[in-house]
Design a protein. Structure first.
Ligand code: HEC
Length: 122
């Protein structure tokens, strides 16, 4: 006697409820390796836990994990490479009440940093 129900349930789970596939976000002009070095130089790890970097326990800002899956940045910007760069260059200019300071990140540096952050899928 076949038992169709559990099979159907498994098929539905596999189709809809698995962990989301990371979808790569391409940052035109961004170099992820340079971005990683810049993140170290700017000391982002003092406030953020960032995959691939030694920052375990930093908890002033949110962990920068799975950013390519995120709908919003800092809760106020749509998550696009352009808005990521905008945020990195001048957080208080986007949200005057944010605790993230303006670190003087240039446009090119922000592109590199964005490329690194979007390349980390965990
Ligand atoms: C002094 C602490 C501090 C430093 C240094 C800092 N940040 Fe932040 N960052 C924050 C805080 C706090 C937030 C949350 C902002 C908010 O929601 O208003 C944040 C938010 C963010 C976000 C949005 C995250 C999200 O989940 O939407 C990104 C991306 C980010 N920071 C990247 C960086 C990078 C890259 C650097 C280094 C260039 C950096 N931050 C340096 C405190 C900091």
């Amino acid at each position: 006697m076949p038992r169709p129900f559990p099979v159907l349930l498994l098929a539905l789970l596999a189709a809809g409820c698995g962990s989301p596939e990371p979808h790569p976000v391409h940052v035109a002009g961004g170099d992820a390796q340079r971005g990683r070095e810049l993140i170290e130089r700017y000391g982002c790890v003092a406030c953020h836990s960032i995959p691939g970097l030694a920052s375990y326990g930093a908890n002033v800002g949110p962990p920068l994990v799975s950013l390519s899956q995120r709908g919003y940045l800092a809760g106020v910007l749509p998550n696009t490479p352009e808005d990521m760069v905008r945020w990195l260059r001048d957080p208080p200019g986007v949200d005057p009440r944010t605790a993230m300071p303006n670190l003087g990140v240039s446009q090119d540096e922000a592109l590199d940093i964005a490329a690194y952050l979007y390349s980390q899928h965990r």
